[in-house]
Design a protein around this ligand. Structure first.
Ligand code: SF4
Length: 155
């Protein structure tokens, strides 16, 4: 099961185009100035199966370009198996996947459990939010240390 703190049916500020957004529960980073501190508690949120979330995405299929994973922190070992099921189903719908993480891409690569997830994410926005580096002009990220990494060159 996946623990979810929030779900947007369709948003245009969490990646390119119109996107359903899943806010996963639990975040170890606790960045000062985080916009979503209600997602930090690992025991918060509600349980959803991958197929529950897939159905919510399908309900919006006619007006979205993709799905965004946000949080909270999507990269948690307790989520890996169910996240892969969800990712595989999203790909069958021909939707692209953006993912926000407080980890650096290089840190994630060191954990072999995350490699299958990374292979299927089209765009990764990485790194913690750093308030001193906040810049409202930045697109799809809050602080200048964060990177928008196009992992799938076709995206
Ligand atoms: S990684 Fe994201 S959700 Fe977690 S504290 Fe930082 S800004 Fe907030």
């Amino acid at each position: 099961m996946l623990k979810v703190s929030g779900f947007y049916d369709s948003s245009c500020t969490n990646g390119d185009g119109w996107r359903s957004v899943i806010f996963f529960t639990g975040c170890p980073h606790k960045c000062k100035g985080c916009l979503n501190p209600e997602t930090w508690d690992f025991d918060g949120g509600e349980f959803y199966s991958p197929l529950d979330l897939l159905q919510k995405i399908k309900n919006n299929i006619d007006h979205i370009d993709g799905v965004t994973f946000s949080g909270g922190e999507p990269f948690q070992e307790r989520y890996v198996d169910d996240l892969l099921i969800l990712i595989n189903e999203i790909k069958k719908l021909n939707l692209n996947i953006w993912c926000y993480t407080g980890y650096l891409y290089e840190e994630l690569l060191k954990n072999s459990k995350y490699s299958s997830i990374l292979k299927n994410i089209d765009v990764l926005v990485d790194g913690p939010f750093i308030r001193e580096k906040y810049d409202p002009q930045l697109k799809f990220r809050g602080s200048s240390n964060q990177r928008v990494l196009f992992l799938n060159k076709k995206t």
